[in-house]
Design a protein around this ligand. Structure first.
Ligand code: COA
Length: 317
């Protein structure tokens, strides 16, 4: 038994925060942000709009694109590090609102959350336990941000992307590889969580950006080397790279390692900044809907994030 992605969907909150507007909040400039990251704007969830609301809207877009209704789904897996609450998990909140039955859970692997979620859902489907999964990456990163910290607040944004993954007798998802290394935990983290809560600390995201940059590039380069080797692929043989959208310079380094020109890389980071687990399904949806990604294309999804965690999925779309 194999699995394949049958449809995709995206939701971005209405409110857009541009680099020019950020210049009024912290000591930064459009030129600095663009040249260091490629980011031009990001979307910010409205008051009362939570991760599950973004996820639900992306899920309905994916269902609509597949011509399916919620009752056709029997598994929900959500990658998120910004859940509405600890429990019910985001997938259970969606299940109740959308009227879906079957297992429903969220997993937390920061920016790698979607590749982790897709890999886990694939295993449920390949084992025959489920038939059709809603796999979502959804985040409200704006809620973790210290809006006085120029080193982080310019980088992140909110959004959600969804795919429907279906059991299939033909291979779609061909290979996946997940990794983690907790030893760099102090380079990218939140100050508190629910079990480690200090009332004097607000729990913001903290990052040593230039050190994260170096480990990210190094880790992604060795991961893509492994993907090529283990799948007997030569450089340049992948049709589309759909990377986690954190920083254009990290994306370009990975593309170079794969021997791909930038016109075979899906880049959306300029429009929404780093949306953590949401970025890959949103980028995939963008390129599917604008016709760049076509059925039969060989696609590599790859991510790196807090933990550190990382992962890659190679698929025939
Ligand atoms: N606007 C203007 N200047 C800024 C700034 C901002 N928003 N943020 C930092 N600076 C300043 C720094 O204070 C520093 O000033 P100094 O030289 O006077 O000390 C200078 O810019 C350079 O800082 P540095 O951190 O070395 O910049 P950089 O070239 O490494 O770029 C990042 C910073 C964060 C853009 C880059 O390191 C990065 O993208 N890292 C990876 C982050 C990431 O993707 N994390 C998520 C992984 S999933």
């Amino acid at each position: 038994m194999y699995t394949r992605i049958i449809s995709t969907g995206t939701y971005l909150p209405e409110k857009v925060l541009t680099n020019d507007e950020l210049e009024k909040i912290v000591n930064t400039s459009d030129d600095w942000i663009r040249s260091r990251t490629g980011i031009e704007s990001r979307h910010i969830a409205a008051d009362g709009e939570f991760t599950s609301h973004l996820a639900e809207k992306a899920a309905y877009k994916a269902l609509e694109a597949a011509g399916l209704v919620p009752a056709d789904i029997d598994l929900i897996v959500v990658g998120t590090c910004t859940p509405d609450r600890m429990f019910p998990n985001v997938a259970c909140l969606l299940q109740e609102r959308m009227g879906i039955t079957g297992p429903a859970f969220s997993l937390e692997a920061a920016c790698s959350g979607f590749v982790y979620a897709l890999t886990v859902a694939d295993q449920f489907l390949c084992s025959g336990k489920s038939k059709r999964a809603l796999v979502i990456g959804a985040e409200t990163m704006s809620r973790l941000i210290d809006w006085t910290d120029r080193e982080t607040c310019v980088l992140f944004g909110d959004g959600a992307g969804a795919v429907i993954l279906e059991a299939s007798d033909k291979p779609g998802l061909l290979y996946s590889d997940l990794g983690a290394d907790g030893q760099h935990r102090k380079l990218l983290y939140t100050e508190t969580g629910l079990s480690n809560m200090e009332s004097s600390v607000e729990g913001h995201l903290k990052m040593k950006g230039n050190e994260v940059f170096k480990v990210a590039v190094r880790t992604l380069e060795s991961m893509v080397d492994k993907v090529l080797l283990e799948n007997n692929l030569n450089k340049g043989q992948i049709d589309w790279l759909v990377p986690h959208q954190a920083n254009l310079r990290i994306i370009s380094a990975t593309a170079k390692r794969l021997g791909l020109p930038m016109d075979r890389v899906v880049v959306t980071v300029n429009k929404h900044g780093n949306t953590s687990a949401a970025s890959i399904p949103m980028a995939l949806d963008t390129a599917v809907r604008d016709g760049r990604i076509k059925r039969g294309n060989l696609i590599l999804l790859e991510a790196f994030g807090g933990g550190f965690t990382w992962g890659a999925c190679l698929l025939r779309y």
